[in-house]
Design a protein around this ligand. Structure first.
Ligand code: URA
Length: 241
């Protein structure tokens, strides 16, 4: 893909376009061993070798980040007043246009993917993909066989919205693993609401086979390659086509 040099530098190194232009003008950027000072110079992003300040710049079309979302943080790209998950991405991983793949409620914790790849996000979110999202829910009452049965048949929410069948595994009398393939607004809280149970806490532990990497604390981020994500996350999508 052909791309302007200033755009390439700003997107890959998380510089503003104007800082990228300044660096190019200063002679900090080499393309195929030649210093280029023209910001509009077109490069072939997958082929040309680009060095910035003596360091190779590997081209990544999109970025994929896993965050262990803490409580109290908004699942959004930006917000005037409140802190968002994208605000928690460290500078060295950040780039323009990052957004969370789906939303976790402000008080929900756990696995969330952040990316700038809209097509990938759509595949993960779409109920048609049948990608399973597993949550641990702590409830204000006990789970029984009847509730497990209701969930397995597909809950109808109080406003009449039907949900696809969900798996409910009782871990303790008031603690369960819930597995859903959709992401309706407050879905799990509303599903439990139909059986008169309140959710005291909710934590997402997996998306497909993707889990929170060991040692990744609340609020921390780590980059993951598309190849790894594809095999862990999209395999169900691929199998359901
Ligand atoms: N269901 C909810 O109710 N909340 C979440 O954050 C995710 C799923």
């Amino acid at each position: 893909m052909k791309i302007r040099l200033d755009k390439f530098i700003s997107s890959q190194l998380n510089l503003t376009r104007s800082d990228a232009k300044k660096s190019i003008k200063k002679g900090l950027v080499e393309v195929n061993n030649t210093i280029i000072t023209d910001s509009g110079f077109l490069i072939e992003s997958d082929v040309d070798s680009v060095f910035y300040n003596g360091q190779a710049v590997a081209y990544k079309r999109y970025r994929y980040i896993i965050i262990n979302k803490p409580k109290g943080i908004l699942s959004a790209s930006n917000d005037k007043r409140r802190k968002t998950v994208v605000d928690l991405v460290p500078n060295d991983l950040s780039r323009p246009n990052l957004f969370p793949v789906g939303r976790l409620d402000k008080d929900t914790t756990g696995l969330l993917i952040i990316t700038d790849d809209g097509d990938f996000a759509h595949k993960v979110i779409s109920p048609k993909s049948m990608i399973e999202k597993a949550y641990i829910a702590e409830l204000d009452g006990d789970i029984n066989e009847e509730i497990i049965d209701v969930f397995s048949k597909g809950v109808v929410l109080h406003d009449g919205t039907p949900c696809a069948p969900a798996k409910l595994f009782r871990l303790e009398k008031n603690r369960a693993r819930v597995v859903i393939t959709e992401g309706k607004y407050h879905q799990i809280k509303r599903m439990f609401g139909t059986v008169n149970l309140g959710v005291n806490s909710l934590h997402r532990e997996s998306i497909g086979r993707l889990k929170i990497p060991e040692g990744l604390n609340f609020g921390e981020c780590v980059e993951i390659s598309f190849t790894e994500l594809e095999s862990l996350c999209l395999y169900q999508f691929v199998h359901n086509q």
